[in-house]
Design a protein around this ligand. Structure first.
Ligand code: BEZ
Length: 221
């Protein structure tokens, strides 16, 4: 399958996980969701990523985002690996604060276009790439990113994009390069000057450019 497009309804798959069998839409309820895949259990980069995700899981909860990981091993392997992950964080007594999907038959990885053809296990089977899907409360895909198995992700960036997604779902703005919460935002091009003036009481400033076109419009929310 070519993969999901932004705006597509995310499949309501059923899967075994470390918290039992789930139907994905029921798992999400009315929350936002983030699904992140991993090439394999007991691998170094994946362990650092899961440990980071666990450390900052409160930040996802604060934003109303339910987290779920996926790797192509069994529930039993995931449970053992979770202990390593929490030990990496020096939190041996705490459980991993989110479930891991057991995609040991690679069915979901194939359905969602997550396999990395360049990385294979010892039997020559392809491993999962580092895929991230952010799903909105309407169950539609809001963001996807795909990294190869050899490059770990930046989970602070995932929080940043969730902040942008949640803000731009509510207001007619877009967030510029390297935006951080509370920075100025940009007025979307489809809004007229009059509409922008009415919507943004803090005012709209426009950067002059040689074309004379007034498209670089900022406001402070
Ligand atoms: C890792 O998580 O360290 C990893 C997994 C598969 C290929 C390369 C690195």
């Amino acid at each position: 399958m070519p993969g999901l497009l932004l705006g597509d309804e995310f499949p309501n798959f059923e899967a075994d996980t470390t918290i039992g069998r789930i139907k994905f839409h029921d798992f999400l309820g009315s929350s936002w969701g983030i699904l992140f895949s991993h090439p394999k259990d007991f691998t170094p980069v994946c362990t650092t990523e899961l440990a980071c995700a666990a450390r900052i899981s409160d930040e996802f909860t604060k934003r109303g985002v339910k987290m779920i990981a996926l790797s192509i091993d069994s529930v039993e392997d995931h449970r053992h690996w979770s202990k390593d992950v929490m030990a990496f964080n020096s939190e041996t007594e705490s459980p991993l604060p989110f479930p891991i999907i057991a995609d040991d038959k690679r069915e979901l990885s194939i359905q969602l276009g997550m396999l990395d053809p360049d990385e294979r296990d010892k039997d020559g089977m392809p491993l999962t790439a580092r895929c991230v899907f952010v799903i909105g409360p309407d169950k539609k895909l809001k963001l996807s990113i795909l990294y190869p198995a050899t490059t770990g992700r930046n989970f602070d960036e995932l929080l940043r994009v969730i902040d942008s997604l949640q803000l731009t779902a509510q207001k007619k703005v877009a967030t510029p390069v390297n935006w951080q919460p509370n920075d100025k935002v940009m007025v979307i091009p489809s809004l007229s000057e009059a509409e922008a003036a009415a919507l943004f009481p803090n005012g709209v400033t426009t950067k002059e450019v040689p074309s004379g076109k007034k498209y670089l419009r900022y406001t402070q929310l």
